[in-house]
Structures are given as structure tokens and as C-alpha cells.
Design a protein around this ligand. Structure first.
Ligand code: X90
Length: 276
């Protein structure tokens, strides 16, 4: 029996050792250029080009066909998508599931709506990998995976909501509240899978402080942490080091965002997923 884990590119990972794994890319577009969010994308160059681009840009979820290509040839497929409350990604993965299950007897697909993105997706993907390696039955993996999502959270700090506002994914009023030099919004993924602003932070020291406070309020006790950053290794390391000061055995990985998350989080942004 062949099993596979598939995620959309907002998970910011391209490889997963030991299991079959594939990533369905979202795209970022201007009127004259399309960026496919895969491992080959030069995220730095994309950010530079977009910063000097005068027109509007937008993003699009993976097509049904690109999900089907990933499902093809596998009996049991576990899919992890970014929040269905802000993107069509979950719906297109579900449409592909319907087609794949109808056309192939005895195949099973489960699509997890992470109601989140980035590092919280990564935590679930790693959990699914462990359960596949333990050879747990499909239904048990689905149930435990779904339950695991109730015990993970996403917190993030962004310096601008410009691209969210341009794409109508947050109100202009919320977006214009920041964009001021040195101010970040500190926010979390709500239970409904939307952006829930918690506070504004002046300066990165405040971001680190808020992050620790909110991780602990959420019930963090030294479990796994995944941190993705948009060209802000310094802030990512400050958060990591502070957590390690308090929880020396915490399993923490820091890594750069891919194209889609960088586009929305914008340069300087930080996403932190935790087990709690
Ligand atoms: O075109 C599309 O369908 C993509 C829309 C994506 C919208 C969300 C992207 C999130 C990227 C930024 C900060 C975290 C937001 C958390 C939301 C629950 C990362």
C-alpha cells in the first residue's frame, strides 16, 4: 500500500525524508509575470521585483489538476492545506479528492484544513510522517491528526499588511493601522482560520517579549516550535534563543519562508508554530 503526504507551498518545506511527500504550488502574479512557488523560486528576487512594481499583484491557489498530479498512483493520501477561510486551496484539494476517489477504487484521501499556515502546517506534516512510520491505520491517522491541530497554535509578527489588503483578505482599515516604521502587528490564527490581531509592537524586542508571553498563555511547555522568517534571521534567532533560555530542551527549527508566505508576511515577517 502506497501512502503519501501532500501540502500546498505555504508549508515552506520541499522535502521530508523517509516518506513520499509532494508540494502543490500556489502562484504569485503581476500583470506581466507569474512566480510559481516551488523550490526553484528565487524568493529574494521576487520580493525585489514586487517592491519596485507599480501595479497590483495577486495570488492563486493550486489548481485541481496539480493536486490530482500529486495524488496519482497513491492509495492513501494525507493532504494539509492553508486556511480555507482565506484561500481556495482547501476547496481545490477537496474537489481533487472527489475526482480521485471516484476514478479509483479503494483509494482514500483526507484533506486537513490547517485553519492556519506555515509552521503550524509543518508541525502537522511532521506528526503525519511519524504516524505513517508507525504504520497506523488511515482512520486513526486522520483522527489523531485532526486532534493534533487542536493542540498547536500559530503566532506571527508582520510589519505590513499591504498585500493582504490589496488582495481583499483583510480590511483596508486594519491594514493601514500599521505600515508605520518599526511597528509590527502581533497576531494569531483564530479558531476560524482568520487573522486575529492581538497587539501592536514597537520594535523587535517587544515582538520577542509578546511572543514568549503568548506562547506561554497558549499553554506552551517546551514542546516543538517551528519558526519561519521572511529575510529576518535575526528576529527568528532572538525568539529561538529566548525560548531555549526558558526551555533548554525545546525542539526548535528556524527556516526561511517560501514565496507565498513571504508575499503575504512581507520582508521582516515572522511566523511561529508551537505545540501546546
Ligand atoms: O491566493 C490564495 O488563495 C492564497 C491566499 C493566502 C492567504 C493567507 C496567506 C498567509 C501567509 C502570512 C501570515 C499568517 C496568516 C495566518 C492566517 C490564519 C502568511
Amino acid at each position: 500500500m502506497k501512502r503519501k503526504i501532500i501540502a500546498d507551498s505555504s508549508c515552506d518545506m520541499w522535502e521530508l525524508n523517509g516518506v513520499d511527500f509532494a508540494v502543490a504550488p500556489l502562484t504569485i502574479s503581476t500583470d506581466n509575470k507569474h512566480y510559481v512557488d516551488n523550490q526553484e523560486l528565487d524568493v529574494h528576487l521576487m520580493s525585489e521585483e514586487l517592491a519596485s512594481y507599480k501595479g497590483t499583484s495577486h495570488t492563486a491557489c493550486p489548481s485541481v489538476g496539480s493536486w490530482l498530479d500529486c495524488y496519482e498512483g497513491f492509495d492513501e493520501v494525507f493532504v494539509v492545506t492553508l486556511t480555507g477561510s482565506m484561500s481556495g486551496t482547501y476547496n481545490s484539494a477537496m474537489t481533487a479528492k472527489g475526482i480521485y476517489e471516484e476514478e479509483n477504487e479503494n483509494v482514500k484521501v483526507h484533506v486537513f484544513d490547517s485553519l492556519s499556515t506555515g509552521p503550524e502546517m509543518r508541525l502537522l506534516i511532521e506528526k503525519l510522517k511519524e504516524m505513517i512510520e508507525e504504520d497506523l491505520p488511515f482512520e486513526e491517522i486522520v483522527e489523531k491528526g485532526q486532534d493534533y491541530l487542536n493542540h498547536t497554535r500559530l503566532f506571527f509578527a508582520l510589519k505590513s499588511l499591504h498585500n493582504f489588503a490589496m488582495n481583499g483578505r483583510v480590511s483596508k482599515a486594519v491594514a493601514s493601522a500599521i505600515g508605520v516604521l518599526n511597528i509590527s502587528i502581533f497576531a494569531t490564527a483564530s479558531e476560524e482560520g482568520t487573522i486575529q490581531q492581538i497587539s501592536k509592537c514597537r520594535g523587535e524586542k517587544k515582538v520577542v517579549k509578546s511572543m514568549i508571553e503568548h506562547l506561554e498563555n497558549a499553554g506552551y511547555h517546551g514542546g516543538k516550535i517551528r519558526i519561519s522568517h521572511a529575510d529576518n534571521l535575526k528576529l527568528a534567532h532572538s525568539v529561538r534563543d529566548k525560548i531555549l533560555e526558558l526551555y533548554p530542551h525545546a525542539d526548535i527549527i528556524v527556516y526561511p519562508m517560501g514565496g507565498l508566505c513571504t508575499y503575504y508576511a512581507e520582508i521582516g515577517g515572522l511566523l511561529v508554530g508551537c505545540e501546546c
